[in-house]
Design a protein around this ligand. Structure first.
Ligand SMILES: Cc1ncc(COP(=O)(O)O)c(C=O)c1O
Length: 444
């Protein structure tokens, strides 16, 4: 008896009823038309059931945090400092935290002044603000192929056109960046910026080599293209290794985005942007109109945590937990997956990027995978141009190693079944098309 299928159909029917009933449809601004909820969101409601192994969501492994002492800290923050911690604050963020953020970035070679840091509501809101201040409808932005779903969501929301630049195991390919810029120049177009995730990429799991970093910066500078460096995973190298931030070499042409979501806790929603001075002024004005100020309370929590805890040991604990999970996933992939599959081998971060044999469609396959009690994010979610139908993002950050192994075992079974269908009928199911979708905790 197939228990997952009726539930999936129920969710899908419910969603299409909801859409067709919207009495405000004619009122939305044009930019809202590009804001589409992921079709796979409904499936994730099913996928969050305990019997499903979810290799989909990029949720940090919070059980690694010292919850009791954090609870004590928060209680004493309210008792001792509640009048400020629960009050409105500055749009740029609290000064102590901005100083501490500069110390955090110094670990990756960044020399910054707290005046140039803007605290944001997670780095997702920094992405929104950066796009808001730079992009008019129709502007081009460059992004790796594939790219972070939340960034694609922001670019789409501001009606920017995404041009993807290929990556390989060494990250963004400088020659491909050069070619993309040349092609755009031939059309008389200059991208507003290059959006890149140099370290432990989401979703690709690869890292930009050190030698390519200067090449990428030189190419962008030569073409007058700003670089947005998104670096939420930089301190999560499994051997404690860090890479020099792009911002460290070119402070005038790089906006650096950071976050405490992966090194501490995403629910606090504390991230930041480090920007050249003039850009910082615009960012603060845009932030003010979006949120007035970032949450004072959670900024104070982060600031106390950085000052009063051995936070670097906590990052090491995370690194070790994620390394064990990465090892479990890679060895399960090696043992279980059918031939013709390829995957990346991340040395940090949360994700493995899997390519399946030609003829399979990972988005069409997802309902069958969920029925077999395993979930993943299909590759199409990470492209603005309908590519990615043979790719899958697998997250190893949250489930314990034995669940990861079980999830890969189930996935292997689904892939074997699809390959058998392909061999018998010559096709598995009609190709599905997906554009960029709004991020959700399942796809982030
Ligand atoms: C590459 C990348 N950038 C930004 C974010 C957003 O993180 P935050 O929680 O700081 O908003 C994520 C979250 O998954 C991410 O993977």
């Amino acid at each position: 008896m197939n228990r997952g299928q009726p539930a999936i159909q129920g969710y899908q029917a419910g969603r299409s009823r909801e859409r067709s009933r919207d009495p405000h449809l004619h009122r939305y601004a044009q930019r809202a038309a590009g804001m589409t909820a992921s079709e796979i969101r409904a499936l994730f409601a099913v996928a969050s059931r305990p019997e499903v192994v979810s290799l989909a969501g990029g949720m940090p492994y919070l059980p690694a945090l010292p919850m009791d002492s954090l609870a004590d800290d928060m209680a004493s923050l309210v008792a001792q400092d509640g009048m400020t911690a629960l009050q409105y604050g500055s749009a740029q963020g609290i000064p102590e935290l901005r100083e501490q953020i500069c110390e955090v970035m110094a670990l990756e070679g960044v020399c910054a002044h707290p005046d140039d840091v803007t605290v944001t509501v997670g780095s997702q809101s920094a992405l929104d603000l950066v796009t808001r201040i730079f992009c008019d409808p129709g502007d081009v932005v460059l992004a790796e192929a594939p790219s972070y779903v939340g960034a694609l969501g922001s670019f789409t929301a501001y009606q920017a056109q995404v041009v993807h630049v290929p990556m390989d195991d060494g990250g963004l390919v400088p020659d491909a960046l050069h070619d993309a810029l040349r092609r755009l120049a031939e059309q008389g177009r200059t991208p507003k910026f290059l959006y890149t995730i140099p370290n432990f990429h989401n979703p690709a799991g690869v890292t930009l080599t050190v030698s390519r970093r200067s090449e990428v910066l030189e190419i962008c500078a030569a073409h007058g293209v700003l670089v947005i460096e998104d670096n939420p995973y930089g301190l999560l190298g499994f051997d404690g290794q860090t890479y020099p931030a792009l911002r460290a070499s070119d402070p005038d042409n790089v906006v650096y985005l950071g976050s405490f979501s992966k090194t501490f806790a995403p629910g606090l929603r504390v991230g930041w942007a480090l920007a050249p001075h003039a850009v910082r002024e615009k960012l603060v004005l845009a932030a003010e109109s979006a949120t007035l100020c970032p949450p004072t309370f959670t900024q104070a929590v982060v600031s106390r945590y950085l000052a009063g805890h051995d936070w670097k040991s906590q990052v090491k604990t995370y690194q070790e937990a994620y390394r064990d999970r990465r090892d479990a996933m890679i060895s399960a992939l090696e043992q279980q997956l059918p031939s013709g599959c390829r995957w990346t081998r991340p040395d940090g971060g949360f994700f493995v990027w899997l390519s399946v044999p030609a003829g399979l469609d990972t988005k069409a396959m997802l309902p069958r995978a969920v029925t077999q009690r395993v979930a993943y994010v299909p590759g199409t979610a990470f492209y603005a141009d309908q590519a990615g139908s043979r790719q899958i993002r697998l997250s190893f950050c949250y489930p314990p190693p034995d669940r990861i192994k079980e999830g890969v075992r189930r996935l292997a079974g689904v892939l074997e079944g699809e390959l058998e269908l392909l061999a018998t009928f010559g096709s598995v199911s009609p190709r599905t098309v997906a554009g960029p979708q709004s991020p959700s905790p399942d796809t982030a």
